[in-house]
Design a protein around this ligand. Structure first.
Ligand code: HEM
Length: 540
């Protein structure tokens, strides 16, 4: 199997990048920073200087600790970093029409940048509407059979480790679990390497979509990222490979697989054959085929209708009208690739931190086991049974509180807004540090302790709902939230009723130690976690 092209064209590319970077620094300091500082102070916000090469998570942590809940910094645009829940309620929910877009940008030639996460204005609204039905309750019910299959295979890996007295390679295996589900349920593809030492191609490229970088290389790229247009120029115009976030092999692989699948499905759809597929890809292809035909017939009448429910601020900005239901092949590929990534890393790291936390807290694990024994009667837990596992849900939520796979999200203001003493000027970004909100000791006393009781009904009722936002909040909230809970609950039920997970002599971190995390890409432990496994009584 080809390895990712990690450092392929490092030499020449880096020299060119360095020259441009030097010029960019001068321009940056002379323009953005000096004027930016004055600007934030004018808007009633304390401005702080933040190192431009610093990794995001430690940076937000440091800023919040030193300067309080709301501070302004300057990047290419002014950024308000805030964990003030009243401001966040306005930005994410009440005043959403003024904050539809994220301030994120995918620096890559891969189609990922056209994924719904990065889309803006009407493009986002159009694609989000097209994707939503694929994540409905009815669709989830239909795909739960595949989730059950994958959870059974995953459990066999744990049982095998218990019988052979070997450790479970946690992230390796949970990653295989989540990719196998997304491959099957979204694209009708088989990617079943659960428990194998070597990943199948689909899983391999999902795991290696982003370049694996050394710390030095990561900070250099992080530094370049501060200059969005400049980096885009390096990647798209100069076609330099080094600053690109994604490995070429991965987008070549997924592009080819998806293009073939789309062509084949489009062909059978046009021929009117009653297709067998009932997945995410099929629903996008069906829309494409239907609207290609409709749009060829009439290009005028329908177009205006598409805007009838657009946010007022979008209307005001005179963004050109687009048909409501259309999608191009390129967009289908982009949504598909984004979905693979969104579903793989987030769910697998959560499952892995959840199992680690249960191994660290045997009492909590026993309580989960008791609940499963009382509630689940079927070999494969039904949706109704899963919905009654309240304590298990508390455990998952506590895991997502301590280890949110997405550490922060952003929104960008169309127009000026003033909330209390603080003004967010038009064009500024609001950075929402999810991890810092969920570790705020004023909201969660003793925040480092794993305590699922924080999510019992009584404690939840006392808290501002915005204090727990691992899936974001408002109309742009994570589209896959219910699928993620389904995958997590199903896997935990199947595993925990067969085996007990434990820390062993060799598990790092040791009991009570903090996990050394890396925030290069998604948050994960610096060293892979290995767990010991014991069969439960009665299992052989
Ligand atoms: C534990 C699992 C997951 C977590 C913690 C998570 C978290 C998030 C967060 C924080 C956002 C940004 C929300 C915002 O800005 O308000 C997001 C967006 C998104 N997520 Fe997830 N996610 C998870 C699983 C999934 C899965 C399984 C899928 C799909 C199968 C998915 C698809 C998406 C998509 C498409 C978006 C972009 C939504 C938009 O911009 O309209 N996620 N996710």
């Amino acid at each position: 199997m080809d390895r990712p092209d990690t450092f392929s064209s490092f030499g020449v590319n880096t020299s060119v990048a360095l020259i441009f970077a030097t010029v960019a620094i001068v321009v940056y300091f002379l323009t953005n920073r000096l004027s930016g500082r004055q600007r934030w102070e004018r808007y009633g916000v304390k401005h702080v200087d933040a190192a431009i090469y610093q990794s995001p998570v430690p940076l937000w942590e440091e800023l919040m600790q030193k300067h309080g809940p709301t501070v302004g910094i300057v990047r290419e645009v002014p950024v308000l970093v805030t964990r003030d829940l009243d401001i966040l309620k306005q930005v994410l929910v009440k005043d959403f029409n003024n904050f539809v877009n994220r301030n994120d940008h995918m620096p890559s030639r891969s189609p990922l940048g056209k994924g719904v996460f990065f889309l803006r204005d009407h493009d986002w609204k159009r694609i989000r509407q097209l994707m939503s039905p694929s994540f409905s309750t009815g669709k989830l019910k239909r795909i739960s059979i595949h989730v059950q299959d994958a959870a059974r295979s995953l459990t066999k890996v744990f049982e095998k480790c218990a019988r052979t007295d070997t450790h479970v390679k946690l992230l390796h295996t949970t990653g295989q679990y989540s990719t196998s589900i997304i491959a099957k349920t979204a694209f009708g593809l088989q990617a079943d390497s659960i428990g194998e030492e070597e990943d199948d191609h689909f899983t391999y490229w999902a795991k290696n979509f982003f370049k694996k970088r050394s710390k030095l290389s990561f900070f250099f790229v992080l530094f370049l990222m501060r200059f969005r247009k400049f980096r885009s120029f390096l990647i798209n115009d100069l076609r330099l490979d080094y600053p690109d976030a994604c490995t070429k092999g991965s987008f070549t692989y997924f592009g080819a697989v998806l293009e073939d699948a789309i062509k084949e499905r489009e062909k059978s759809e046009r021929m009117g054959s009653r297709h067998q597929h009932n997945d995410f890809l099929q629903s996008l292809v069906s829309i494409k085929v239907a609207t290609d035909a409709a749009n060829t017939k009439s290009l005028s009448g329908d177009v205006k209708n598409g805007l009838s429910d657009a946010p007022a601020s979008l209307e005001a900005k005179n963004i050109p009208a687009v048909p409501k239901k259309t999608i191009t092949t390129e967009e289908v590929i982009a949504q598909s690739i984004f979905t693979i990534l969104a579903a793989y890393e987030t769910t697998s790291t959560t499952l892995h931190f959840c199992l680690f936390s249960l191994a660290e807290n045997p009492d909590i694990q026993e309580k989960v086991f008791q609940e499963i024994s009382e509630v689940v009667e079927h070999d494969d837990p039904s949706q109704e049974e899963l919905s009654r596992l309240h304590y298990l849900e508390q455990v998952i939520k506590e895991t997502l509180r301590l280890y949110p796979p997405v550490s922060s999200v952003s929104r960008q203001a169309y127009e000026d807004r003033t909330y209390g003493n603080i003004t967010i000027p038009a064009g500024a970004a609001v950075l929402i540090p999810i991890r810092e909100i969920q570790r705020d000791p004023a909201i969660y006393p003793d925040p480092e302790t794993f305590d699922p009781e924080r999510f019992n009904e009584e404690n939840r009722a006392k808290r501002n709902p915005l204090a727990f936002i691992p899936f974001g909040q408002g109309p742009r909230l994570c589209i896959g939230m219910r699928l993620a809970y389904l995958e997590l609950k199903t896997a935990l039920v199947q595993i925990l009723r067969k085996v007990r997970v434990e820390l062993s002599e060799t598990t790092v971190p040791r009991k009570g130690e903090k996990i050394a995390m890396t925030y290069i890409g998604f948050p994960r432990p610096e060293k892979p976690i290995l767990l010991a496994v014991k069969l439960r009584d009665g299992q052989c």
